[in-house]
Design a protein around this ligand. Sequence first.
Ligand SMILES: *Cc1c(COP(=O)(O)O)cnc(C)c1O
Length: 383
Amino acid sequence: MSATNLRINLGRIRENYQMFVDATKRGPSSSSEVAAVVKADAYGLGVGPVAETLCKVGCETYFVAHGFEGQALRSFAPQAKIYVFHGALPGEEVLFLENRLVPVVHSFSTLERWRSFAKQSGYCDVALQVDTGMNRLGFQSQEFRLLCGDEHFLDGLDIHLIMSHLACGDEIENIKNKQQLDLFNELMTNRPPWLSDVPLSLANSAGTLLGSDYHFDLCRVGIGLYGGNPFSGQANPCSPVVTVETPILQISEIESGESVSYGGCWVARHPSRIATVGVGYADGYLRATGYKENGYKESGYKESGCEGAVAIDGQLAPIVGRVTMDLIMIDVTELPTDVVQVGSLVEMMGETVLIDQVADHAQTIGYEILTSLGHRYKRDYLA
Ligand SMILES: *Cc1c(COP(=O)(O)O)cnc(C)c1O
């Protein structure tokens, strides 16, 4: 019997990267660069193979969240430009210097610390983040105006990028996108001469697809590369990258009235065939999937709105009962017995069951499914 397999299609990552490159070529400003966001081990898919793949198709710039992620990335991408969203924490300065990581700076105090490090070490690369409405990280717009008022704040520093981040890019119609765009444009138009040549960046995956107004000099693309849908409530323009397949470990025939899994929440309403597979919430198949607090005992999964499903031989079958740490049960009563045997492969996510559907069933987003995949899989890379 084959083991549980997490297959990552690197060709699809290349296709998705190219799709974003093409998107930045539409419209008047044709010089935008597409950078890859590979934080959190490339959204759980493995930063090494992902970065090597993207380097080969000409992706030159990468973003990670932490200094140590930049350090790991460096060995796979020796020539790349690597930005670190969180900046350099106190004590990490030498790590940044040794690995040529560019910290994204968000405050006057970190700017000052980096200025003095630059003075003593000669390593002066830095990027700036300005907050245009996300209220997460970055100089507030008033602070940024102050920063622009005095050249000495940036003494001895080489500013490589000024970036901001969209809060609602996944919602095409959300007016906040335009508001952030307008504020970013206003702040950048009024930049002082010593910042006027610095490249600008606003868009993530969704922002890149919002149109050329959002492109500026560089787009920071993450989820779309990995096949997740950058948009909520819209068709996914990106191709699936990840497939999780696992064999059926056991098939049980149960009587009407018998329950399945912890808590006995799901009760068979007719004689049923239940297949058990060896993945669970420790493998990123979240416990919220297919489990609703109320309703199962009374009404069964269909009426209670549970749609958590897997695919066997291209046919959907519902998940029943609670997801457990290492095991999940599937109602295969409706499927032909010849395709449902002990050892038959079950697609937990992939081409038939999209990661965003898996996410919907767990009331979350594709990002969380990918970054939760966990360490028990053997990751196979399709070139
Ligand atoms: C994660 C992140 C991105 C990438 O966003 P996606 O939606 O995955 O494309 C871009 N910019 C910042 C600041 C981020 O934190």
